[in-house]
Design a protein around this ligand. Sequence first.
Ligand SMILES: NC(=O)c1ccc[n+]([C@@H]2O[C@H](COP(=O)([O-])OP(=O)(O)OC[C@H]3O[C@@H](n4cnc5c(N)ncnc54)[C@H](O)[C@@H]3O)[C@@H](O)[C@H]2O)c1
Ligand SMILES: [Zn+2]
Ligand SMILES: [Zn+2]
Length: 362
Amino acid sequence: MSNRVQGIVALGRGEPVTLTTIVVPDPGPGEALVRVRACGVCHTDLHYREGGISDNFPFLLGHEAAGEVVSVGPDVSDLQPGAFVVLNWRAVCGTCRACRKGKPQYCFATFNASQKMQLGDGAPLSPALGIGAFAPLTLVAAGQCTPVAPVKPEVAGLLGCGVMAGLGAALHTGSVGPGDSVAVFGCGGVGSAAIAGARLAGATVIVAVDIDDRKLEWARSFGATHTVNSRRDDPVAAIRAATGGFGADVAIEAVGRPEVLEQAFYARDLAGTVVQVGVPTPDMPFPAIPMIEFFGRGGALKPSWYGDCLPSRDFPTLIELYRQGRLDLDRFVSETIGIGDVEEAFARMGRGEVLRSVVVFD
Ligand SMILES: NC(=O)c1ccc[n+]([C@@H]2O[C@H](COP(=O)([O-])OP(=O)(O)OC[C@H]3O[C@@H](n4cnc5c(N)ncnc54)[C@H](O)[C@@H]3O)[C@@H](O)[C@H]2O)c1
Ligand SMILES: [Zn+2]
Ligand SMILES: [Zn+2]
């Protein structure tokens, strides 16, 4: 059996996305069929549409989602139909070399559904990050469903990608601790979450850097203590000024550009950590940094995949912090939109008008 629904597909590089019929199979072994209730528009969806991730068009976009399990494959015993879940793109395998070393957050062989969703004409779809949730139904590996306490789906879904990536960049990859100083470059959904994560961890100085004053205003509401518009002011000098002349203990790059990575590199204190959570495109070179600067400044340069999160550990915890009023996830939802509005949401993201537009299904 299969299901025909309307989903948002990127057919070719740089082409506007289209709402078109897709075919979603019923779950086979190890799989789950999910009724998507909400799915946020992440910059990574735009990267897919622009061919910046791979050339495996057509892509079924959307990967920041929450919903309910409709049905599961015959061998799936630890996930019940009806469960409220956040979809994740890190269904750990338990057997790869990272998992066996006790570091499943780096799992190198994560699970996705084995069966392909298709276009109406039978062409196989590549679901964004193995999810594909700009559709009312999607097929994923059962392990991609993380049960959480029921909250508003447009809020829960945020944890599925960008907000988790930002929170985790601060909490896990950067290991921000009480009293640390943190600089965050790029205050979109991911960077704002990094600011929220730094506050949660007890950072005392949090410098937000962006080229858009509106984003900097929002950054303050997430916990930034200082803001810098790097179009107007040198961010490295401003971060030094905010940190007693030393630089930040942790500098988080949440844009994905070499010149911003370079700023983050120089904005650190000695032995400080740079976290790279923004995603570069394949054509971008590493910044030309003299090797003596790398050695002489010490510390660490750390890419952050998905905020080094472990969905089964982190999603329920973060939802609980939200329920207790300690993590303001509502603030990330700039607008809720219909499934037909994704292209316009990309444009609004490009103009810097939103942190997250979230598609909501009835
Ligand atoms: N590592 C991961 O696991 C992961 C997960 C999700 C998203 N991402 C990536 O994180 C990045 C940010 O995603 P987002 O959804 O927050 O995007 P976004 O478009 O909402 O935010 C980007 C922000 O960067 C700002 N910006 C642009 N150029 C800048 C510059 N030169 N200096 C300072 N700020 C600048 C923009 O004004 C905007 O506020 C993207 O590259 C996305 O693909 C990574
Ligand atoms: Zn593994
Ligand atoms: Zn994403």
